[in-house]
Design a protein around this ligand. Structure first.
Ligand code: SF4
Length: 216
């Protein structure tokens, strides 16, 4: 119980510090609608947001909605997105997910976690991101940046996204979860980076145990 209280207090403090620094609680991926967001997040696995943002304009120009992408030739889609990692698998996922969206959801991303996870290429990170951005549902989006920062802070102990999502859910009220995730994501991207965390300049330095890092 004491340990849970400690992590709750820590999460409260992290939120209080980071939320004003990163007030924009939206994805860094570029998109114009929920279909595009879902495609962009599927493409972002093992890939930077910048790489995805460079690839999606061509993809959406050729196939602007789920109907057209569902009918697309997978090899042509793969060719169009070849600059992102695992492009062949991702092309297949995009076309198959579009087919399911057309068949079952009127050509739009579905609004429940269960239906989201039934789409090819969609895991909990993608589902939480789309459900929060498109449907206002509380989502804890554990991508590589969020996982790394949360581990260093000690919000959870396992390097496993599903486990970290559950740990953060114990600490953060639903209405704050999306914002908390986006703030942690940006903090990981710009300050608490994988190779060279800027601990000296970090606004969390006084409360961060820097788990897994050498003493400063
Ligand atoms: S103090 Fe260092 S390890 Fe902790 S959050 Fe800041 S940059 Fe990351």
């Amino acid at each position: 119980m004491e340990e849970l209280d400690h992590r709750r207090n820590l999460a409260d403090a992290v939120y209080a510090i980071l939320a004003p620094i990163y007030p924009d609680a939206t994805p860094l991926l570029r998109y114009r609608n929920c279909f595009e967001l879902l495609c962009a997040v599927v493409l972002s696995a093992q890939c930077t947001d910048e790489q995805v943002n460079r690839a999606t304009p061509k993809l959406f120009a050729a196939w602007p909605d789920a109907e057209s992408l569902a009918a697309a030739d997978i090899d042509r889609v793969a060719e169009t997105i070849h600059s992102v990692g695992f492009y062949k698998t991702k092309a297949r996922h995009l076309v198959e997910a579009s087919r399911l969206m057309v068949e079952k959801h009127g050509g739009e991303p579905p609004s429940s976690m269960e239906e989201m996870l039934a789409l090819p290429g969609v895991g909990r990170k993608t589902a939480n991101l789309v459900l929060s951005a498109c449907f206002g549902q509380p989502g804890i989006i554990v991508d590589t940046h969020v996982l790394r920062v949360a581990l260093r802070l000690g919000l959870g102990a396992k390097a496993d996204p599903a486990n970290m999502e559950a740990r953060i859910a114990e600490l953060v009220f639903p209405e704050k979860r999306s914002r908390f995730s986006h703030a942690l994501n940006r903090h990981g991207k710009f300050t608490c980076t994988a190779r060279k965390p800027a601990c000296q300049a970090c606004p969390l330095a006084l409360i961060c145990p820097r788990i897994g890092l050498p003493p400063s």
